[in-house]
Write a protein that binds this ligand. Structure first.
Ligand code: SAM
Ligand code: DTB
Ligand code: SF4
Length: 327
């Protein structure tokens, strides 16, 4: 029988993370499921909605991204949305069962000025609807992070994307340390950290282990970890990557759950490419969060009705529905 790790997950060495990662898949799923049940109600699924408030034309060269101005992807650029339009989208997301609303902008970094003020107003108006708020706007400086927090931002999403050794193969216009700096600004401003990565970009197993080690070693650990599988987009350098084998994804989710026992582990981009059985195994392995709604930022996500049907079939419920008395 497999024994649980005795070292606290946040203090595990890189070798210990690798040993965990290499355990037999079903042992891992069992251990992850046990961990999940010790810390949370495993039937609850946190549901975030995503809205691209400024789309395309981004100066960064992230090789996976349809919004980079470096590639011809056919994504139409659009300027910053109005606060009213964002409020309308957030209200619709709330009605559809989302509990968190995430604003995404195709920016390299936040710049002080009228557009940032408008984003702060967006945060205030989403917060006023009673939704948890999240934003992903690129790099932020400490004073900008403070302003976002003061406007009512609960989470800031900034992904490390992969391990440090593989990172430079994917992104040339900013460094791993830039990302760590932004994460520090977010944390020091008192916001919750949403930080994860992408599978399927051509990384080795060791790079995935490096990413898990990085995420688990943050002190405090991120409150939310999105695990994306690459959505391949024509025109990007990674357009022809092979799909991620289902068991690789389940393994990644399981190890993330064991290493980050109190964190929301989100089965993030790429769900449209997964069948129901794989998603079910991911939930068993401790995934407890999804993006809800048929659109991610520029690519498609499962229809809300299909997700609701899947959750019902698995005996899971949306976090927002948990507070509703059943009798
Ligand atoms: N521009 C900001 C930034 O990069 O920090 C925020 C938006 S960016 C689109 C947020 C994250 O989406 C990226 O860090 C990456 O992890 C994820 N992402 C982007 N394109 C993706 C794709 N094609 N497949 C999977 N994940 C993707
Ligand atoms: C994250 O980790 N995944 C989301 C969110 N954070 C911002 C973004 C996924 C984007 C997928 C490609 C697109 O739709 O443009
Ligand atoms: Fe720009 Fe973000 Fe896309 Fe990178 S991931 S190109 S920073 S929008």
């Amino acid at each position: 029988m497999s024994t649980p790790p005795v070292t606290p997950p946040s203090e595990m060495t890189r070798n210990a993370v690798a040993e965990l990662y290499e355990r037999p898949l079903l042992d891992l799923v069992f251990l992850a499921s046990q961990t999940h049940r010790e810390h949370r109600d495993p039937s609850e699924v946190q549901c975030a909605a995503l809205l691209s408030v400024k789309t395309g034309g981004c100066p960064e060269d992230c090789a996976y991204c349809p919004q980079s101005a470096h590639y011809e992807t056919g994504v139409e650029t659009s300027p910053l949305m109005s606060v009213d339009a964002v409020r309308t989208a957030a209200r619709a997301a709330l009605d559809n069962g989302a509990d968190r609303f995430c604003l995404g902008a195709a920016w390299r970094s936040v710049s002080d000025g009228p557009e940032f003020e408008q984003v702060l107003d967006m945060v205030r108006s989403v917060k006023a609807l009673g939704l948890e708020t999240c934003a992903t706007l690129g790099m932020v400086e400490p004073h900008q992070a403070h302003r976002l927090r003061d406007a009512g931002l609960d989470y800031y999403n900034h992904n490390l994307d992969t391990g440090p050794a593989f990172y430079n193969d994917v992104i040339g216009t900013r460094t791993y340390d830039d990302r760590r700096r932004t994460l520090r600004s977010v944390r020091e401003a008192g916001m919750k950290v949403c930080c994860g990565g992408i599978l399927g970009m051509g990384e080795q197993t060791g790079d995935r282990i490096d990413l898990l080690y990085e995420l688990a070693g943050q002190d405090p650990q991120p409150e939310s970890v999105p695990i994306n599988t690459l959505v391949t987009v024509e025109g990007t350098p990674l357009a022809n990557q092979e799909p991620v084998p289902w068991d690789d994804l389940v393994r990644m989710v399981a190890v993330a759950r064991i290493l980050l026992p109190k964190t929301w582990v989100r089965l993030s981009a790429g769900r449209l490419q997964l069948n129901d059985a794989t998603q079910a195994l991911c939930f068993l392995a401790g995934a407890d969060s999804i993006f809800l709604g048929d659109q991610l930022l520029t690519t498609a996500n499962p229809e809300a009705a299909a997700d609701q049907a899947l959750l019902t079939r698995l005996g899971l419920h949306r976090l927002k529905d948990a507070a509703v008395p059943t009798s």
